[in-house]
Write a protein that binds this ligand. Structure first.
Ligand SMILES: C[S@@+](CC[C@H](N)C(=O)[O-])C[C@H]1O[C@@H](n2cnc3c(N)ncnc32)[C@H](O)[C@@H]1O
Length: 134
């Protein structure tokens, strides 16, 4: 994905890193985003990754997460059945496992201030959280 980035605005840069060990100083960013990542991690890695997101966000800064969720329609139960069947093939149900990260955000001092379900494309949950001062 990094190789496909055509060009960046002046002063921007890309870094490749493990989300559980970010190579950035504490409180260095106003906004931190994890898009379709957290649901792929096992529980210990999820804890470390959200902890890292919190660590690198400035107090008062924002954290945004986007994760898949089951559709909130009559398609919900077939989706859940499919995801459960895929769980037999792969730990993360081939990336379709639904996830609401809000409990984990709160655990790390990130206060969810807005959540929106999006039903276009992958059914997803977008959460906006504020990093409260420690
Ligand atoms: C489903 S893709 C989402 C890509 C992009 N964020 C988006 O929204 O389109 C998941 C990405 O997370 C990356 N990934 C998985 N585990 C990771 C980890 N521990 N640290 C950093 N990236 C990871 C994968 O390599 C993959 O590029």
């Amino acid at each position: 994905m990094l190789a496909r980035i055509p060009s960046l605005p002046a002063g921007w840069s890309l870094a490749r890193a493990n989300a559980t060990r970010l190579p950035f100083q504490a409180a260095g960013f106003d906004v931190v985003l994890a898009s379709y990542l957290l649901h792929l991690l096992d529980r210990p890695a999820l804890r470390r990754a959200v902890g890292e997101m919190r660590r690198v966000t400035k107090p008062g800064g924002r954290v945004v997460t986007v994760t898949p969720v089951a559709p909130r329609s009559c398609l919900g139960w077939p989706y859940q059945l499919t995801v459960a069947a895929l769980a037999q093939l792969s730990d993360n149900s081939l990336g379709l496992r639904g996830m609401d990260p809000r409990q984990e955000l709160v655990r790390h001092g990130l206060e969810p201030i807005k959540a929106r379900y999006v039903h276009r494309g992958y059914p997803s949950l977008c959460v906006l959280a504020r990093a409260n001062a420690a």
